[in-house]
Ligand binder design. Structure first.
Ligand SMILES: Nc1ncnc2c1ncn2[C@@H]1O[C@H](COP(=O)(O)OP(=O)(O)OP(=O)(O)O)[C@@H](O)[C@H]1O
Ligand SMILES: [Mg+2]
Length: 290
């Protein structure tokens, strides 16, 4: 229903519709594909949330690959400032050049280093910008980007130049919800929560990573994995990335399906907290279904 509505909206508005559907290495659900296409068509940033390891970061790579566009990644840290995504003025280098007589200190342009957003705005072609883990920075970070995301332009004060996007970049933003994002910022984005994959979707994801692993072994791993996630005593539940690694470890060691029925080898690949491992060992039951 939602899919067909958005299709009608997009065709009514006369867009040349985007058709992202995942790639050979990234399995995107119908809802995720649809929301990516809507964000691309409406030229709005797409904010992605979801459990750790559910493919938020690699989504940007998949969209870039599917659309054959360059990807510029901005890994946000607790110390990151919004300005750094646009440009940084290297005053220290200029000072050193003036002290040691190196470089042309009158050419301020050479001391301006564009950040990922700045590079995307100034590029002659369309790019994809991933702003990864926006919630790592302080609350001012998203607020400070509001104007640039609206106008898709910014001024370089040191040179008096204005950089305006020739083609609006596709902006993908990920968040682990460590902090609430401001309402004004949310208003400018389209939002999607990546739900944890159901077993059938997970099977397709595993096929991408382990194409040659026996079907029966994959089934047994899924059974154990979803059982593990259901255990209430486990606080940090294993995610897609842990399952991918776990199957890799099992295959490498030649673990049999029979053994998996009784044991969980390489538990440290799935559980990353000592308390979870202990809790599981003391209250372990046998899985019956997933
Ligand atoms: N839909 C998918 N298709 C293919 N591989 C996937 C998918 N989802 C997750 N993965 C695998 O899981 C790994 C983790 O994905 P990614 O780093 O994008 O997770 P994340 O959601 O960004 O996690 P975090 O919140 O910890 O940063 C990827 O390297 C990829 O191998
Ligand atoms: Mg990530």
């Amino acid at each position: 229903m939602i899919e067909s509505l958005s299709w009608h909206l997009r065709s009514f508005m006369g867009f040349d519709m985007a058709t992202f559907q995942g790639t050979s290495t990234y399995i995107a659900s119908a809802e995720l594909s649809e929301i990516v296409n809507v964000a691309v068509d409406l030229q709005k940033p797409l904010l992605i949330r979801g459990e750790p390891g559910t493919g938020k970061t690699v989504l940007a790579r998949a969209v870039a690959e599917a659309m054959s566009l360059p990807l510029l990644t901005w890994h946000v840290k607790s110390s990151s400032k919004a300005q750094e995504g646009l440009y940084v003025y290297d005053a220290v280098q200029r000072l050193n050049d003036s002290r040691f007589g190196t470089g042309n200190v009158h050419d301020i342009k050479q001391y301006i280093k564009l950040g990922p957003l700045g590079q995307a705005f100034s590029a002659p072609h369309r790019s994809i910008v991933l702003i990864d883990e926006i919630d790592k920075a302080d609350i001012e970070f998203p607020n400070d980007l509001l104007h640039e995301l609206d106008a898709m332009s910014f001024a370089i004060h040191e040179t008096g130049e204005t950089v305006a996007a020739k083609q609006r970049p596709i902006i993908l933003i990920t968040s682990n919800a460590e902090k609430e994002l401001p309402d004004a910022f949310l208003r400018r984005c389209i939002f999607h929560y990546i739900s944890f994959p159901q077993p059938e979707e997970m099977k397709s994801i595993l096929r991408v990573h382990h194409p040659h692993v026996e079907e029966k072994l994959v089934e047994q791993c899924l059974l154990r994995f979803y059982w593990l996630r259901e255990q209430n005593e486990i606080r940090k539940k294993p995610s897609t990335s842990e399952l991918v690694d776990w199957i890799g470890a099992l295959v490498r060691a030649g673990v049999s399906i029979k053994c998996l029925e009784k044991e969980l080898p390489f538990l440290g690949v799935l559980l990353k907290k000592e308390s979870d491992i202990q809790a599981l060992k003391s209250g372990a039951k046998r899985p019956t279904r997933y």
